[in-house]
Design a protein around this ligand. Sequence first.
Ligand code: IMP
Ligand code: MG
Length: 177
Amino acid sequence: MRIRLHDLQFEPYIAADAVQTRIAEMGSTLSQQFRDKEPVFIIVLTGAFMFGAQLLQHYSGLCTVHFTRVQSYTGTQAGSISAFTGLPEHLNGKDVIIVEDIIDSGNTVAFLLEQLKQVHTASVTTVALLQKDIPRTSYASADMIGFVIPDYFVAGFGLDYDQLGRNLPAIYRVVAE
Ligand code: IMP
Ligand code: MG
């Protein structure tokens, strides 16, 4: 069923159960990959709050969780970083897992990786629920991706269109009118 967020129409794109299934797989892969470690999950707010919460329920080992806020988007347009709340302290020697909702231009993740260069982490892994299949200059690809999608503007499962749509349990894409 189509929905309207502000001035745009959206149609269902990735069903809620497909999202859940994929996140469960990602969680168990990470559990294997970081077995015997104690990674620090850094959830990038606001968009990744739902993905992060879901992913962590499928992570079976010991871990810690932090949130950072990076803002770069206005409406449906990517932009430069406008707000950043900082990274947690004491990341020295830690295995860091950055959890993002979607990789679009890649500027957000590139920015966080740049910040992390100033810290001697043991490793940095990037995980994104969605990644747009577009050419990027600042950042090539997340290490683990839920779904690679064409260059659609999407909303739902944490992702918003001007703050609306975050609560939707499925992913919707904008309808070209
Ligand atoms: P990037 O820095 O261009 O990779 O974009 C990162 C941020 O922009 C993401 O974390 C999202 O919050 C937001 N974003 C990018 N594409 C979309 C989209 O299609 N829908 C909603 N938000 C998006
Ligand atoms: Mg985001």
